[in-house]
Design a binder for this molecule. Structure first.
Ligand SMILES: [Zn+2]
Length: 314
């Protein structure tokens, strides 16, 4: 990845005035009320987060992914946007800016916020801006404390782990959005393989079952203004979100010795997906919950089938 880094654009704390932002992450949508980001989690001792060394975090990432290190190499973790790459394709220039901020904000480990792309017609430039928020609230978790007694080391390790997960989302998005070939990294290619496997003819029954359950949930959560096309797009979006999370969690787990099986991921994320579909607006909560359980089962089957296919193809 060619690195062309410099500081650009407004500070990320102009977030309140940036209506184009939308968040898609492991932990769902960022609340509208951004004061949630500034609150200190209750029961957590006060800690000056500036004790971590950026280089320490970057070294931990470098050992695990060269592509990701290149992405982060020149980005300071101060919440400001840095231009990390520009590519030229058919007279148009595509650039992406990345900002990283570390702060406590409730109980979400991390969030990647990405706006729609910004098209500057006169300059023939398209700019993608990503903001990653890292929340090391698990700093006092027993297993982590026993692994890293030194708080600076523990903080750096935790930030690196969360950042790794969020950067996977960013790299997948870049692989998808940049002109063909320009956004390719090991990570985006690996994820594409998972997507292809999930959508292959062989896994058609497993894929359809998940999408059928999602469709029912979208119908349950729909409002009168929703049309079928919009609802179907919602199904596909959440379906891809689930695969994206499976990949990001397991890739990070492998890199940091923090494994999570399909059952656990399906349990956590089927619930999140069910909430994302709009909740139980049209039906009784009991019916909605049953469907969320069915989604969970269908998801475990699909995830296991994907792993089986990928292993047999090796
Ligand atoms: Zn995630």
């Amino acid at each position: 990845m060619e690195s062309n880094s410099r500081k650009v654009g407004p500070k990320s704390n102009s977030r309140r005035g940036n209506p184009g932002l939308n968040a898609q992450d492991s932990y769902g949508t960022v609340p509208e009320n951004s004061s949630a980001f500034c609150s200190f989690p209750p029961g957590v001792p006060y800690l000056d987060l500036s004790i971590f060394r950026e280089e320490g975090v970057k070294d931990l990432i470098k050992k695990r992914s060269k592509d990701m290190y290149q992405l982060l190499q020149d980005v300071r973790f101060d919440g400001k946007y840095y231009r990390v790459k520009c590519v030229k394709s058919n007279d148009w220039v595509c650039c992406w800016d990345l900002a990283v901020r570390v702060e406590f904000f409730g109980k979400m480990q991390g969030v990647t916020i990405y706006p729609n792309r910004k098209v500057l017609k006169d300059e023939k430039t398209i700019v993608y801006k990503f903001l990653i928020l890292v929340n090391p609230y698990e700093l006092w978790e027993e297993e982590l404390v026993s692994k890293f007694w030194n708080i600076q080391e523990r903080l750096e390790y935790l930030i690196a782990r969360i950042l790794f997960h969020e950067c996977i989302h960013v790299m997948i998005a870049l692989g998808k959005n940049l002109p063909e070939g320009f956004g390719d990294t090991d990570i985006s290619l690996e994820f594409r393989k998972i997507l292809e496997t999930a959508n292959s003819e062989k896994l058609d029954p497993e894929c359809r079952e998940v999408q059928f359950r999602l469709w029912n949930l979208v119908v349950f959560g729909s409002s009168d203004e929703d049309n079928e096309e919009k609802m179907f797009m919602r199904v596909l979006e959440i379906y891809e979100f689930l695969l994206n999370e499976k990949y990001s969690i397991q890739k990070t787990g492998k890199a940091f010795g923090y494994p999570m099986g399909n059952k656990k991921i399906a349990g956590k994320y089927s619930w999140m997906a069910a909430v994302k579909t709009g909740g139980s607006r049209q039906v009784e909560k009991k019916v909605w919950k049953t469907e969320a359980m069915r989604l969970r089962r269908a998801l475990v089957t699909l995830f296991d089938a994907i792993d089986g296919e990928l292993q047999s193809g090796r």
